[in-house]
Design a protein around this ligand. Sequence first.
Ligand code: EPU
Length: 337
Amino acid sequence: MIQTNVNLQPHNTFGLESIATHFASFKTIEELKELLIHNQTAQQELLVLGGGSNILLTKNFDGLVLKNDLKGIATVSEQENHCLVKAFAGENWHDFVLYAIENNLGGIENLSLIPGSVGAAPMQNIGAYGTEIKDVFHELEALNIETLEVKKFEADACNFGYRESVFKRGLKGKYIIVSMTLRLTKNHTLNTSYGAIEKQLAEMKITAPTIKNVSDAVIAIRQSKLPDPKQIGNSGSFFKNPVIGKEQFETLKINFPNIAHYPIDENNIKLAAGWLIDNAGWKGKTIDNYGVHKNQALVLVNYGGAQGQDIYNLSQEILESIKSIYGVDLEREVNII
Ligand code: EPU
């Protein structure tokens, strides 16, 4: 059933008000097809929402919002060393992580507590603490909005990059992800090399960690640094960490000897956008009811009742300030609507 004039506030983790002229949710692929067939005549602009954790709504939406409510998680095949686990796109991402941990399946424990839905996970190749979706990805199924056919995509076809996939680029607006299957391990190789995890495990006095311990450590780190969207509206990292060339880095280092950075290859260095923004004096800056989070400068927050356009303008000011101080171009990670 299509509803009219629906406030999207409960459907985005920034908690921003935005009225959609039309709104419908779908629980089955058949329902989704019916909605798309209807829209082939109505010809409205489409916006597909999962957990709404990676969007900034800057205005009312004149079109049809489709909320993905496809549910279900199951182990679809078991081999000697791994299992294939399939989840439908409308499942909550962290519930998928919990399913894996309860079934002693490894590979996504480092991705605990990332807000959002299963469908959004491959869309932007979510990552945290040294693991990305692409590391455990088996395949996904997506429905072609025009032909209504469901197509399988293996990893190569998804073109995964840092918070990137073909669904954000070449195939943007062409497919709706309906399910994703991951290849999870039965005998685990833990990835605790990310400094904060080791420190947290040591604090928890754990010497031989299980996947559950690693998940608990990641949850503790995230809760200490990142605001819970249920309490303070936000969309996780608002900007991506930028990559610059070696020469530019050497020059920057003269003026900013403590600059946080990670070598990528011989010629390129990734900078921590959080450090750049923090060091530029933005961390904790509050304007009325929105601002930059006090513990993590990469996260913009809505303390309640802010306008998406104001948050967008703040992000623009930050972009310009980072460019003028360091000569570095930041890119937004969040989708602007
Ligand atoms: N830093 C500061 N000030 C800040 C924030 C960070 O100086 O306000 C410094 C830190 O001290 C550290 C460096 O910047 O030296 C990197 O910070 P951190 O380890 O917290 O990670 P990040 O680069 O800020 C990335 C991801 C996060 C992910 C974490 C952990 C991006 C854009 N962000 O953050 O992902 O959880 O690493 O792996 O890649 C997200 O995408 O929404 C997200 C939260």
